[in-house]
Each structure stands twice: as C-alpha cells, then as structure tokens.
Design a binder for this molecule. Structure first.
Ligand SMILES: Cc1cc2nc3c(=O)[nH]c(=O)nc-3n(C[C@H](O)[C@H](O)[C@H](O)COP(=O)(O)OP(=O)(O)OC[C@H]3O[C@@H](n4cnc5c(N)ncnc54)[C@H](O)[C@@H]3O)c2cc1C
Length: 507
C-alpha cells in the first residue's frame, strides 16, 4: 500500500461542496428576543424545519454555534433516496409491514418535497433525478438483494432486481430504485437559509446554545444572549443537551470521501455495497464531472490510523475505476440509532415544548425532510402518520442488546483508555502522554510548539484519541471532536478541552 503522511494525502482537504460555495455571514444574536420556534443547529435538519415552519407563518430563529452547513451536511455525499442500503426486509421483519410502509412513505414523500422546494424556490443546486443501487459483491449476498427487492415491492417502492448497473465492473446482483435524486447540498441549503430572515425570523451564526428550558415560554440560553420561544427544536446533530441518555442510544460512525476525476465516463447514479463499506455517486457542476467515493467507516476515536483509511479508499477507487486524479478529500460522521429508525419527536417522555431530530444512520437527506415535516406538524398540533414510528421515546425491546453493547463500549472507554498511554510525540502529531502530573493530550506543531490539554472529553469525560488524518482529538464514546488547541469542532461537547500547563514536557 502507498505510504502517506497527512500532507502527502492526495486532494485538497475540504469537501467539494464547501470549496465551491461562498462562506456565509449571518449575524450573531445581539438582542434578547422572542420567536415561535427556536432551532438549535444550522444543518439540513435545522434549516429544513425552519423553512417549513416559516412557510406556515411561524417566526423562527436558527441558532448555529459556528457557520451554517459546515457540519455533517456540508460534508455529506447527498444521495437523496429512500433506498437506505438494505432496510425494508429488516423493517418488515422487526416492526411489521405497517411500520415499514410508514418509513417507506415518509422517505418517498421527502424526496418529492425536496424536489418541490427546488422547483418552487428555483434553487440552482444540480438537483437531478437518478437511480439508486445497493449491490452485492459476492454470491452469498445475492439472497439479501432478492429479499430487499421483494420487501420493497410489497411496500410499493420503485424497486427492481438487476444484475446490470452503470458501474464499470460486474456486480453479483443489485436492488435498483428509480426516480431517486442527488444534489449539491450546500447550494440547496444556502438557498433555504437565504429565505429565512425577515418578518420576525432569523438565522444567527457564531451563537452557541448552552441550555434550553422546557417552560412557557422556553428559555434558550446562548453565549450571546437569551431567546424565548414557544417551542424549541434540538437539531444539533448529536443532541447537545443530553439529559435522557441519547448518549447511550446513539452511536457515531465516521467515514471518508474522495472526489476523483476519471479517465473514463463517470457512471451515472448512486451506489452502495450491501454492507455500506463503499459508496459512490456521480456529480457534475460548473467545475466538471466527479466521482465521489466513500468508505472505511468506523467509530471516531477508535480503530486505528485515519490516514490509512484515506489510503484504503483511494486504493479501492483505483482498483475499481480509471482514476485520473483525486481533487478533494474529506471525512465526517453520522449517528446511528439502536434500531435503525431515527429519533424525531418530543425530546423526552416529559417534554412539552422541546423536540429533537437525530440518529439518521447515514441517511439524513430524506430523513431530515421527514423530521422537518413531522416536527412542523407536532408543533402546529396536526396529526402526522409518521409520529409513532419516529418517536424518540418508543420502547423497543429489540434494541436492548444494542443498548447494552453501546453502553459497554462507552464504559470501556471511560476506564480502558486511561491505560493506553505512550511517551513520545513527533512534529505534526498528537499523543496521549503519561506524565508525572497525570495523563495529558499533547500536540506538537510543525514549528515544535506544544499544546497540552486534558484528554477528558468535556461531554461525559471519556478520553479523546488522536486523529492523524484530520489533526483532531476525537472522543470514542459519543463522537465529540476537538481541534489541536482544544476548541470544540463537533458536539455533543459544548466546552473546549481544558488547557494544562506544558512546562513539564521536554520539547
Ligand atoms: C460520509 C457521510 C456521507 C453521507 N452521505 C449521505 C447520503 O448520501 N445521503 C443521505 O441521505 N445521508 C447521508 N449522510 C448523512 C447525512 O449527511 C446526515 O444525516 C445529515 O447531514 C445530518 O444533518 P444534521 O442537520 O443533523 O447535522 P449537521 O449538518 O452537523 O448540523 C448540526 C449543526 O448544529 C450545530 N450545533 C451543534 N451544537 C450546537 C449548539 N450547542 N448550539 C448551536 N449550534 C450547534 C453544528 O455546528 C452543526 O452546524 C452521510 C453521512 C456521512 C457521515
């Protein structure tokens, strides 16, 4: 395998979406104010909910800790499909046909609602209808394809069985869904965001929400002031104000994406393997045609060298396509729920006015629209047929073993990581060091300067681990991520890693 360091990895280290759109510049919250609905987080969930609620005459305030659409939604692969790898046979088996039907209907409705937004608002975002495929790489997986096609057809989904795909290599079999879609997620979301301010509604950036009270009105405390709101939606990706153990019901999963130019036609469509180990899609914009290739998923902060993960995605891409060059590389993470259904609805069983949307398991393009439509209806006190299936407070005994596994993983990282410490650090590298003053997360910059931090994640105290490919400290328990100076990059953590005196470390 090719040897790479951080600097020699191919491609610009930014998503194609972020590199081809302007940075936003919405104001920060300056005055205390009242809105009907305060929305925490300016990703696809928050902006979609805001757009839908404003359409119904509600005043909204989107409160974004950093800049909007720079989190997961600015780093996704943006396949808009109801074909979520293999899900319908599983849903029918575990929840019955009626609930599987609801999930199917909700996600197909979402594709159409995104298409309606694009058309009604005249959004130039490379939105195009295309087919989605989940394909089997081995004979053993062909039965899974048959089962999924059969389940999907029972639910009236646009599914078919095929052994032919537009990919330039043979597959054993595939589920094909027609009339799915893809887009440029930032072009789409920045257009939604532009329409939000005005008539009592707002988008605030660099405004971090610190606390939310479930009162009448709700009090939303930020680092810039206070907002009062009749209702609050927590759309912070991982619920930031975790009081009812979302930490044990969500598992972060990080993966790696390359945007490549090919020396052959880029296959049209969206593709994923049955085990989600690799995903691909076509993208064409004013900047030409690209193949996006993603893979190498793992729990952030766990399972080895992240530089090698980029290398393996590149190697896989070169083995399967005639790659001319790699233009971009990036990575991001999504959270999986225990039973594969997202959590959308009232935040806790005792919540009155606080709502949540989380746990999209890598399928947040359609599920964010489902979330937006469902939360809009709950807030407007309208019936919505999807509510029970997505209810975050559902009791599902089938997910108990997963709950136990996730809790055990978290417990392991509370205790075990304290023992895996080392004692040397190279330039451009971070390491957990065992010093006389205790365990310290140390980063040595290229110029030899050191930053020393407490390795205890400020969310719930697990020890962070070094991520060599992104130069960050990642928490293996709930996926919080921190820059080399300790600043929060990704929640649920709200506070930066604590700085410690580094005078005891030899430079
Ligand atoms: C590699 C990868 C590829 C993917 N590809 C696809 C795909 O092809 N199709 C698909 O359907 N899904 C895909 N997904 C999943 C999808 O991208 C996500 O589910 C979705 O983008 C999540 O959106 P979000 O709004 O919940 O999160 P985000 O976009 O991360 O938005 C949350 C926002 O909340 C802000 N925030 C956090 N805490 C606070 C706070 N305290 N105060 C204020 N703001 C706060 C953050 O800064 C962030 O901007 C993919 C995921 C990954 C990891």
């Amino acid at each position: 395998m090719m040897q790479h360091t951080y600097d020699s990895l191919p491609g610009k280290p930014i998503s194609l979406w972020l590199d081809t759109t302007p940075q936003t510049n919405f104001p920060s919250l300056a005055d205390n104010l009242y809105v009907d609905v305060a929305i925490v987080g300016g990703g696809i969930v928050g902006l979609t909910a805001a757009a839908l609620l404003k359409e119904q005459g509600k005043t909204v305030a989107v409160l974004e800790a950093k800049r909007i659409v720079e989190g997961v939604s600015g780093n996704t692969t943006a396949k808009i499909t109801s074909l979520h790898t293999l899900i319908y046979a599983y849903l029918i088996q575990h929840f019955g046909k009626e609930k599987a039907q609801i999930y199917a209907n909700a996600n197909e409705t979402a594709i159409q609602q995104i298409a309606n937004f694009v058309q009604d608002k005249q959004i130039a975002c490379e939105f195009r209808r295309t087919a989605a495929y989940t394909y089997a790489e081995s004979d053993e997986e062909v039965d899974k394809i048959h089962d999924e096609v059969e389940a999907a057809l029972k639910l009236g989904l646009p599914a078919s069985f095929t052994e032919e795909t537009p990919l330039p290599f043979p597959v054993k079999a595939a589920v094909r869904f027609d009339n799915q879609a893809q887009f440029h997620p930032r072009q789409y979301l920045l257009a939604l965001a532009r329409d939000i301010p005005g008539d009592g509604s707002h988008v605030f950036e660099n405004t971090q929400v610190l606390d939310v009270s479930d009162d009448e009105p709700c009090v939303v405390t930020t680092n810039r002031g206070t907002i009062h709101a009749a209702a609050v939606i927590v759309a912070s990706h991982f619920p930031f104000n975790d009081k009812v153990l979302y930490a044990t019901r969500l598992k972060p999963h990080r993966s790696y994406v390359l945007a490549a130019r090919l020396a052959e036609p880029v296959p049209q469509g969206m593709f994923i393997t049955t085990d989600s180990s690799h995903t691909m899609r076509h993208h064409s914009g004013s900047d030409g045609e690209f193949l996006l290739v993603g893979g190498e998923g793992h729990v952030p902060g766990q399972d080895g060298d992240t530089i090698e993960r980029y290398q393996r995605v590149e190697q896989w891409a070169r083995e399967h396509f005639n790659v001319k060059s790699i233009v971009y590389r990036w990575s991001t993470q999504d959270n999986r729920s225990l039973d594969r259904l997202p959590y959308v609805g009232r935040y806790s069983p005792v919540s009155h006015h606080v709502y949540v949307a989380a746990g999209f398991g890598g399928w947040g393009m359609t599920n964010s629209m489902v979330a937006g439509m469902l939360l809009r209806d709950l807030i407007l006190e309208r019936e919505n047929p999807w509510a029970e299936v997505y209810d975050p407070n559902r009791i599902n005994l089938k997910s108990v073993p997963e709950f136990a596994k996730q809790s055990a993983q978290v417990a392991k990282h509370f205790v075990g990581d304290r023992l895996t410490v080392t004692d040397t650090v190279e330039r451009g590298e971070g390491k957990i060091l065992n010093t006389e003053d205790g365990v310290v997360a140390v980063y040595m910059a290229e110029d030899g300067s050191l930053s020393a931090l407490s390795p205890a994640c400020t969310h719930l105290g697990c020890f962070v681990q070094w991520n060599s490919a992104e130069k960050s400290w990642d928490c293996p328990c709930h996926g919080s991520r921190f820059a080399t100076d300790g600043t929060v990059i990704h929640g649920p953590a709200l506070k930066n890693l604590e700085k410690v005196n580094n005078s005891f470390i030899e430079g």
